[in-house]
Design a protein around this ligand. Structure first.
Ligand code: HEM
Length: 500
């Protein structure tokens, strides 16, 4: 039985690696009968009024394809799908994919429901936990009741302060210089790959500390890659008990990384040495009721901290590079800004100067508008929710898409153009609370925003000082929708060392 499942599982996984299209086809074959029943159930629910006095359900985009519903069209081009639906149905609508009903809340007003809701009503654990718990471990993040996670977020925040950022800037500058040493004077290279590798090094150094960073060799990097292999459409869509090779690699990597962290934690506890870093903060802190974090919770939080910022920051950094390579005049102004703010001879960077690099900051802000790494935030409706005159029934996955909100014609002028100076002007979106939400809002809001700005601005200050960047034969990467975070496709960039 097990081996049959394994063969089925690995076949399924191989198909899944082919992208959302083949993945959903494979997934559907696997659980078709169950899903079809679910679909019938959900259709049935769609047609039922929720009860006397309740509003009507949101417009439902029907599909003739049983179970899969709109998965294929959505998988190919989710933003286009949502924008078309917005035009046709307005800010709130529902549709089915792989047996699940999704209700999107587009635009600032509708999005307010998700951001202002209580976690008991629109629940995050129900949708995220199956993805995150095997990676971060038990006892942290979405594996615990939200009030406990909120306490954990607060603990992590104590280690993300200005005094720490001041120490981080020279560390990130040094890591960046060392990493890019191998790029030589000029060439064409995969920018996204390079920045992904660099961001693990910088984030580990800053957020885990020198001790854990020093253990980061190729073997540990592979463990992170395997762990990270847990964040896939497959892990989200398929049952966790399936014996897929990637699930097994993820689980093995989780154990091995935790063992590495346990040793460092125990060594620090025993030595009594006090270092001013995140690990120390987590060793010292207690929950409100006075009990400290266990080694396992600390290890899980360290993994979460690194991975929450890994794809988000590396993808954003890569897109920023391509926007600057496409707009050479802005790139040049950013280089001039380095000299104007830091000095003609470009001395080592420091935190105070970094704060004054306003154009670079606006470029990053604009990159996060056009390419927010988290394209959809999701919650499970546990109770009926009212929005825009509609009632969303329990069981719907309620979603907000920063990507769509960030370019809605009603909110943004020339919304598809990269215009960092738009933030200097009066912007119609400025009065809308949730028109710009790359870091989310409300109780689930990101705690890593300031660190991400420090990290990305330091990396790009260093790179702008080292190189001039160009697109390769005018190619600006298209968006790769196969990955959960929308990465640049074929992200090769041309670079040439600056002579200063
Ligand atoms: C460019 C970089 C980043 C972006 C765009 C980003 C985006 C987001 C978004 C959109 C959310 C809200 C998710 C939701 O509501 O469902 C979030 C939550 C969060 N992020 Fe980030 N993030 C980034 C970097 C980081 C970094 C560097 C860290 C850690 C140092 C981090 C830690 C977290 C944590 C702990 C949460 C809380 C999740 C919750 O309460 O449910 N993020 N992030």
């Amino acid at each position: 039985m097990l081996s049959l499942l394994e063969v089925g599982g690995s076949l399924l996984e191989r198909v899944a690696a082919g992208g959302p299209l083949s993945l959903v086809l494979a997934a559907s074959a696997f659980v078709l009968s169950l899903g079809y029943l679910l679909q019938l159930g959900s259709r049935h629910r769609q047609q039922q009024p929720a009860g006397p006095g309740d509003g009507k359900y949101p417009p439902y985009i029907s599909s003739n394809i049983p179970f899969l519903g709109h998965a294929v069209t959505f998988g190919k081009s989710p933003i286009e799908f949502l924008e078309n639906a917005y035009e046709k149905y307005g800010p709130v609508f529902s549709f089915t994919m792989v047996g699940k009903t999704f209700t999107y809340l587009l635009g600032s007003d509708a999005a307010a429901l998700l951001f202002n809701s209580k976690n008991e009503d629109l629940n995050a654990e129900d949708v995220y936990s199956r993805l995150t718990t095997p990676v971060f471990g038990k006892g942290v993040a979405y594996d615990v009741p939200n009030p406990v996670f909120l306490e954990q977020k607060k603990m992590l925040k104590t280690g993300l302060n200005i005094a720490q950022f001041k120490q981080h800037v020279p560390v990130i500058e040094q890591e960046t210089k060392e990493y890019f040493n191998s790029w030589g004077k000029s060439g064409e290279r995969n920018l996204f790959e390079a920045l992904s590798e660099l961001v693990i090094l910088t984030a580990s150094h800053c957020l885990h500390g020198q001790e854990i960073r020093s253990l980061l060799n190729e073997k540990v990097a592979q463990l992170y890659a395997d762990l990270d292999g847990g964040f896939t459409h497959a892990a989200w869509l398929l049952p966790g008990w399936l014996p897929l090779p990637s699930f097994r690699r993820r689980d093995r990597a989780h154990k091995e990384i935790k063992n590495i962290f346990y040793k460092v934690i125990q060594k620090r506890r025993k030595s009594g040495e006090r270092v001013d870093d995140m690990l120390q903060k987590l060793l010292d802190v207690t929950y409100k009721d006075g009990h400290p974090l266990t080694d396992d919770e600390i290890a899980g939080m360290l993994i979460g901290l690194l991975l929450a910022g890994q794809h988000t920051s590396s993808t954003t950094s890569a897109w920023l590079g391509f926007f600057l390579a496409r707009d050479k005049s802005i790139q040049e102004q950013c280089y001039v800004e380095q000299k104007a703010v830091c000095g003609e001879d470009l001395p080592p960077l420091n935190y105070d100067q970094l704060k004054d690099l306003n154009l670079l900051e606006r470029c990053l802000k604009e990159t996060l508008r056009l390419r927010p790494p988290i394209m959809t935030m999701m919650r499970m409706a546990r109770s009926p929710q009212t929005v825009a005159g509609y009632t969303i029934p329990p069981g719907h996955q309620v979603c907000v898409s920063p990507t769509v909100n960030h370019r809605l014609k009603d909110s943004w002028i020339e919304g598809l153009d990269f215009k960092p100076d738009r933030y200097l002007l009066d912007n119609p979106a400025a009065g809308e609370k949730f028109a710009y939400v790359p870091f989310g809002a409300g109780r689930h809001r990101c705690i890593g925003e300031n660190f991400a700005y420090v990290q990305i601005k330091t990396i790009w200050s260093t790179l702008l000082r080292l190189y001039e960047f160009d697109l390769v034969d005018g190619y600006f990467p298209t968006i790769n929708y196969k990955t959960m975070i929308h990465t640049p496709s074929n992200p090769i960039i041309r670079y040439k060392k600056r002579s200063h």
